[in-house]
Design a binder for this molecule. Sequence first.
Ligand SMILES: Nc1ncnc2c1ncn2[C@@H]1O[C@H](COP(=O)(O)OP(=O)(O)OP(=O)(O)O)[C@@H](O)[C@H]1O
Length: 888
Amino acid sequence: MDKEAVLTHILKSRSAPTFLGGELPSSVISSDKYIPALTAEAQNDNFPSLDHAIHSALSGQRRRVALIGPEGSGKSTALQKLTIDWAKGERLQNFSHVFHFSFSEINSLERALSLETLIQHNRHQVSPEAIPLVIEKPEDVLFVFDGLDRYQHSLDPSTHSLVSDCSQTASASCLVASLLHGSLLGEAALVVATRPTGNLEFFCGTKVNVLGFLKPQREAYFNNFFTEPTAAKTALLHMERTLGFYDFCTSPRFCWTVCSIYKYLLDSGAKLPEAVSQLHVDLLVYLIQTLSLSGAQSRALVLVLGRMASHCLISQHSVCTKEHVDFYTSQQPIMSVNVLLRVFGELEPGTGNFSFHSQLMLEFLLAVAFFLDRSTHDGAERMLKKHEGQAKFLDLFLSGLSEPVQRRPLEALLGAFEPDQIKDYKCWFKSSSKETLKAFRRDKLYRCFHLLHQAQNESLVKELLPLLARLMNYHSDLSLQDCVALNYVVTCLGELERFELNHTNFTEEKAEVLAPTLSLAQQITFKQTPFSAGALPRLASALSRGLVRELHLSNSNLCEEHLKVLCSGLKDSKLQKLNLRACELTGACCEDLVTVLTSETSQLHELEVGFDDIGDIGFAKLCEAMHHPHCRLQDLFMKRCNLTAASMGAFAEALCSGQSHLRKLDLESNNIGDSGMEALCKALQHPLCKMQSLRLFDCDLTAVCCPHLRDALMSDYCSLFELDLSLNELGQEGGLQVCQGLTRPDCALEKLNLTRCELTLAVFKELGSLLRNGTCQLKSLSVGLNKVGDQGVKYLWEAVAHPSCILEELDVEMTKLTDASVKDVCAAIRASKTLTRLEMRNNSLTDASVPAICQVMKDSPNMQELVLRYNDFSEEVFDMLEESKITY
Ligand SMILES: Nc1ncnc2c1ncn2[C@@H]1O[C@H](COP(=O)(O)OP(=O)(O)OP(=O)(O)O)[C@@H](O)[C@H]1O
C-alpha cells in the first residue's frame, strides 16, 4: 500500500474550518496541535489516553474496537491520527494495509459491489495487484470506520445475507455487515467510531468510551490556540468559570468554538459572555455577519433553521436529507449557510445530507426562532412540551433570550423579537416558577435556579424572594451545575440565614463555586458531605471572610490535615459555634483548635468535639487555651472523648485561673472516676470558677466522690445550676450526700438528674423533704430507673403536693409504679401550682388508672405534658388518653 499517497490524501485540506465545525483534524495533526483525548474511565483512574486505549485494544486478541463518544469528542480526529501515524511508519506497523471509511460515504453507495471493488473504489491507494495480498493475509489489515451513528442501514446480521468471498458482489451495507461480523476477512482488525447509537447492539468487541478533554487538556488546547499566553489564560479562566461545569466542555470541538469566539471578542474589545445563552448570542451574531445577508434574509434564515431544528428534535434524527432542507428552504439557498450546518456525502456534491454542528446551536436556533415567529401559535409551554425529553437547554436559552440586554445584539441583526412571544414566555416562567417554589418540587427547583442564572437579572430573583427565601436553607445532591445556579441566586439575594448541604460530594470545584454563598451564610451545616482535600482551603477562605456564626460539620471525614486547613480560615472568622462531633479528630487536632480559640479576634464560645478521640493530651491543650485572655469558650461538649481522671487536674486549674469563661461542660461517657470528680469538685468551690452546668452521665462515679460533691454544693462559691449524674453507681450513701449538698439555703441548683443511680427509699425520702423545705430551688428532677416502686415515689408525690415545692418537671420513668400510686399522683398534680411536665413511661399502670388520670389532666390547666408510654394499657383506653392530651 502506498503510505505516502495515503498521507497526502489525508493531509490534503478539503474544506475551511468554521467556528462551529472545528479545525480540520488533518490540520490539527499536521500543525502539531493534537492533544491526546481521554477515555471516560480517565475520570476515575489514571487511565490511558484514547490513543493508548485503541492501541492496546488492537494488540489484544479480539482486535475489534468501538470508540463511543458524544459529538465533537475527538473520535474522527483520533482515527485520522491513527492512520497518519501508521502511514508515517510511527505506529501499528504490524498492519500492511489500513483502510479508512466513512459511513456517510458508504450511505451513498447505491450499486452492488465486491469488497475488492469497495477497497479500490474508496481512494485507498491500493493497486489491483495488491488485492490478493489483502485477501491472503487479512490479519495484516486494519479497517477504520467513522460515524456509525450516521449510517442509514442496520448492522443486524439477521437482516443481511452475509458474504464470505471478497470477490462476491453485494450491497455496500451487506459488505459492511459481513466485515463487522467477521464472515468476510474475519481475522482483519477493526476500529469503529460512533456517537451512542442503536447499531452498537450488534457490535462485538472492545468498547472504549471517549470523554474528550478535562481541565489539563483544555489548558493545553487554549495555550495552543492563543499564541499570547495571557490571552490563553484569560480565556481559559473565563470558560472554566462560566461554562466549565457543563459536560459539553469536554468536547474538543466545543473548545475550538469557545476559543474562536473568545478570540474574536477579545480582539474587538468586547465583553466575554457570562452564561451559555450569552455565548450563543455572540456566536450566532458572528456567524450571521459572515454571511453578509440583509436583515430580512437573516431573520428568514433563522426561522428556517429553527424549523429544521424542531424537525430534527421531534423526529430524533440528527440528519436532515436534501428533501427536508428543500422543504424548509424554498426561499433560501441552504449551501450559503454551511457555516451553520454540517454537510455530508461529498461523493456527489449537492446531494449530501445536513446536520447541525452542535446540539446546543440547534436548540439555540429553535429558541431564537420561537421569539421571531409571528405566525406560530405555540406558546412557550406548548413549545417546550413538544420538545420535551429531546431538548436539554431549550428553556435555558429561552430564559436568556427573554432579557432585553441579552437579545439586543441579535435584534440589531434580525429585527425585533415578537413582543407577544416574549410576554408569553415571561408569563410561563413566572407562573411555573411560583408553582414550583410553592410546591417545593426539589426536582424542578434547581431548574428554576438555572433559568434565573441564564436570565442574569437580579431584580427577577428579588421578585421571587418571598418564595425563594424558605427554599434557600436546605440542599442535597447538588451537582456542580446546580451549585452554580444556586450560588447565583444567593448572591443576588445578598444574605442567607442558614445553609445546610446534605448528601453531596463536596469537591474542590463545588467549594470554589459555592464560596460566595458560604461567605454570605450565618449558619452552615454539612451533613453526609464527604470533603475532598481540595475543597477545604476554599471552604476555609470563604469562612474567614464570611458572616458565618455557626458551623456544623458533625460526621464529616475531617482528618488532622483537613482540620488544620479549616482552622487557618476559622481563626479570622466571626464564628461563635463550632460542631465537630464524630469528625474522626484526635488529640493532635486540638493544637489547631487552640489557634482558633486563642486568636485575637476569636468569638468562638461553643465547641462540640464529642465522639472524637481527643484523649487527655488533647484535652490538656484545650485547657491551656482556657487560660488564654482571648479565649471566649463558654460551652464545651466532650461526650465519649476517651478522657480519664488524669485530665481533670489541668481542667480544674483552668477553671480556677480567672481567665476561663467556661460555664457548661458535657463529659458524658468518659472515664472520669471518683478521683477525677474530686479534682473537679475542688474547682467548683473556687471563687473564680464560673461553671454552671456539668453533665457527668456515665462517668464511672461512685459514692466515694459524693462527699466532695456535697462539699462543692455546700460551698458559697458554687454556681452550679444544672447537674447530671445519671448512670453512675451512687447508691444510698452517695444519694444522701448529694441531698445534703442541696440543703444550703442559697444553693443555685435548678436541674438535677439522678437517673439510674441505684438510689434507695431513704434517698427518695430525703429528696421529698428537700423539695418541701422552702429553700430548695430545684425546678427539674429526674430519678427514673431507680427501682423504688410506689412506696419510694410516694415521698415525691407528697412533696409535689406541698405548697413550698416549686418543681416544674419530674421524671419517674421505670420506677415500678402501679395503679396503687394513682391516688397520690392525682393529688400531687391537682395541688401543684408549678408542675408542667411529668414523665412516667415504662411503669405498670393499667386501664383502671386511666379515668382518674384523665380527669386530673382536665382539671389542671398548668399541666402541659404527661407521658405514659409503655405502661400496661389496652387499646380500649387509647381514645380517652388521646382526648386528655396524654402521650401513651
Ligand atoms: N485530540 C485533539 N486535539 C486537538 N483538537 C482536537 C482533538 N480532537 C478533536 N479536536 C478538534 O475538535 C473537532 C471535532 O473533533 P472530531 O471531529 O474528531 O469529533 P468527533 O467525536 O468525531 O465528533 P462527531 O461525533 O460530531 O463526528 C476537530 O475538528 C478538532 O478541531
